[in-house]
Structures are given as C-alpha cells and as structure tokens.
Design a protein around this ligand. Structure first.
Ligand code: GLA
Length: 399
C-alpha cells in the first residue's frame, strides 16, 4: 500500500500550536492564525508576465500562535527548525535575519508604514507549518500570509486582502530575496474552500471557480518528487529575464498583451531561439488557463474531463520542452501517472524539482500512486511522497 500523507485536523493543529506557544513563551497566545499552501492547477510561469493562473489552496497549512508584547522585539519560534530567533521590530532591514525567520520579519518590515506613530510594541510568534518544505507547494507564502493575518488582526491595522498580499510579496522578494511573481501569496490569501481561483495577474483580481473534486468522484493527487528545489537560485530569475526580453522584442508591456490568435506569427519576430520558445510557452499557457476556466464555469469537471486532461498535459509538455523548467523526476512522475490512468498530470509551481499533480478518479488513487512509486524505484530515484489535496480556505484567524 502506498502511503498518503494527510494534513492534520485543523482543530488538533491549533491546539498543538497554542500548547507549544505556552511552553515557549510562558503565556497564552492572543490569537491563532493560519494560511494554506497552494497548488497551481494550471497557469505556470505566467504570473510575472501579467498572465492568468488557476490555483487552489491545499489542506496543508502553516499555523501561527501570536501575541503582542511591550518589548520592542519580535521573538519567532519555529517548531520545525526548533530555533527561536529574535530581532528588534524598529529599524528592521533586509539582511537582519535569514532563513525561515526572514519570511516572518519581512512581513513586519513590509507592514511598517501601516503602524501609526512608528513601529509597534513587539511580538511573540510560534510557527508550526505543515506545508511540506521544498516541495513547490508554497510553504514560504503560507508562512508570510499567516503572519500578515496575525499582525493585521492583533494590531488592528485594517489592511485589505490585497494590501496583505502586497506585504507578503514584498517580504518574499525584497526581504528574503526570492524574486517570485505573486501567484503564491495571492492563492494563500484569496482561495476559498471547494473552489479554485482564476487569478488575473494584471491587477491580482480573482474570480472564484467551482472545483468540486469530491462531488465528482475525483482526487487531485500531489506527488512530491523530493528532487531538490530552490527558487532563490538563478534559473528562475533567468526565465523571468527571458520572458521580459520576449515582451520587449514584441513591443508589448507584457506577453499577456499578445493575443493567442496570431501568436505564432508574432513569435516569428523573435529571432533568439530561446526567447522564442519561452514566449511561446507563456502565450500558449495563458490561453490554456482561459479555456480551462471556461470549461469549469460552463459545467462540471466530469463533463469537460477529456479536454481538461489535454490541457493539463499540454501545460506540462510546454514547461518541459519550451520553458525547460522540468527535471527527470517530474517527467517520470508525470509519465507514470498518465500511463496509470490519470486524467492529465503536470508539474506544479516553479519547477527544477518540487511536485507533480495528477487528476485521478477517486478509486484509482492507490493504483496511480503505486505506479509512480514503482517507476521511481525502477530508476533508483528517492521515494516520492504522496498527498491528497482538497480545495481549502485561504488565510485568516482561526481563534
Ligand atoms: C513559483 C513562484 C510563482 C510562480 C511559479 C511559476 O511558485 O513563486 O510566483 O512564478 O513559480 O508559475
């Protein structure tokens, strides 16, 4: 039997974080907050070109137990790392802390101008995260968004969801130094239970789209290939630069402005073969998202299943061949899942490692997972980890 790793029951996780908080800080938390990781169902490497994405929140969340203090210091405790890191709240600057704590301190830094009369008091924050690390499921966005929810509520900042998204993005890109594109933080804050969101990265507006997997007898199987994955590395930044070069060559602000009809002619104008392929991926991927969302808006997932599978598969193939962000582990998982009967499978997230998603009939989950497991064993690859993802709620206060 292949093991499927489940997220903890929320109420248990909240109790545990509160207990850990009391043990660490010797006081009661003032509030309990959490934010989810995400999978992007389709729409990859388009957010930084003002494209369309279709993410859903997963059941795995990051929990934060929090209270304000009058010390002027933020004390951050991570259950996963076993470390406590401290920093003065006033005068926080990028570089003040690093590692996981930079995602926490970065949010305080990004919200600094919201604190009337200068920096506030201090904070004690206990972090217990269940979004798998390094799996391309946005554990860092979950952490940032849970902290943003905590600081907003406890300090009564009254920020809008979009202000919290901007603060989380700023924390990640400017404080932690990972130049990502905004998909992850938007998904973690705006997603809704039972739904995916059609995210328009031109203005980060969203439309909620029904994504009732369970009601349709379907499951989204997440396969964490455990191939090492890092976005701070140069490959991601290089893809962004190539996409910008494509837009510049075509004389548009972003590749979103190139209509799909006529795109292949337009791309002929890009003589650099690499920039050509990258641009072709982005323009095609935006169109795939548009079509995917239309199918979901028009009827049930089941009714559109055949085309949905084709779109998922085409997305992966384009990321593998044109965008070149896949790695052998991702391709092995995708191929094995498709052969075992998945209704489409693709890498999700930034790539260069991380996870694959496969849409499967509920009764086929075991078969697909064990086919992927055998394919990995046959190639002597590290054993993958399997999760099921129910579309979950976005960031907020739990208690
Ligand atoms: C990572 C980034 C996102 C997005 C995806 C690719 O997850 O954090 O902003 O660019 O890669 O779609």
């Amino acid at each position: 039997m292949t093991e499927l790793h489940a997220a903890p029951v929320d109420t248990d996780a909240i109790e545990k974080a509160a207990r850990e908080f009391r043990e660490t800080f010797g006081a009661e938390p003032e509030g309990m907050f959490s934010a989810p990781g995400r999978v992007n169902i389709i729409g990859e490497h388009v957010d930084y070109q003002q494209g369309l994405c279709l993410p859903m929140a997963i059941s795995h969340r990051c929990f934060v137990a929090a209270r304000r203090t009058d010390t002027g210091v933020v004390r951050m405790r991570s259950v996963q790392s076993g470390e406590t890191v401290e920093a003065p709240v006033e005068g926080l600057e990028p570089g003040a802390v690093d590692g996981w704590a930079s995602y926490v301190a970065g949010v305080l830094w990004a919200l600094a101008d919201r604190f009337e009369g200068g920096a506030p008091c201090g904070f004690d924050l206990l972090i217990d995260g269940y979004v798998p690390l390094g799996a391309g499921l946005s554990s860092s966005a979950a952490l940032e968004c849970a902290v943003a929810a905590a600081v907003d509520e406890l300090c009564e900042l009254g920020t809008s969801a979009h202000e919290r998204i901007r603060a989380a993005i700023k924390a990640e890109t400017e404080f932690a130094g990972a130049a990502t594109g905004g998909l992850d933080q938007s998904a973690s804050i705006l997603c809704e239970e039972g739904h995916a969101i059609l995210l328009d990265c031109r203005d980060f507006s969203t439309v909620s789209v029904p994504w009732d997997l369970a009601g349709q007898g379907l499951e989204l199987l997440i396969i964490d290939t455990r191939a090492p994955h890092s976005l701070v590395g140069g490959e991601y930044a290089e893809r962004r630069a190539q996409a910008e070069a494509g837009a510049r060559t075509l004389g548009v602000e972003s590749l979103r402005d190139v209509p799909f009809e006529g795109a292949s002619d337009a791309c002929q104008g890009i003589s650099d073969p690499v920039v050509h392929k990258r641009s072709r991926h982005i323009i095609g991927e935006i169109e795939r998202v548009r079509e995917f969302a239309e199918i979901l808006e028009a009827g049930s997932i089941r009714e559109g299943l055949e085309r949905i599978a084709e779109l998922l598969n085409a997305s992966h193939d384009s990321l593998r061949d044109d965008y070149e962000v896949s790695v052998p582990e991702l391709d092995v998982a995708v191929d094995a899942a498709r052969e075992a009967g998945a209704h489409g499978a693709r890498m999700t997230g930034g790539g260069f490692g991380g996870s694959v998603i496969a849409l499967v009939d509920a009764e086929m989950v075991e078969d697909v997972a064990s086919a992927v497991q055998s394919a990995f064993a046959k190639r002597a690859l590290a054993e993958p980890v399997f999760f099921l993802a129910a579309p979950s709620r976005g960031a907020g206060r739990d208690r």
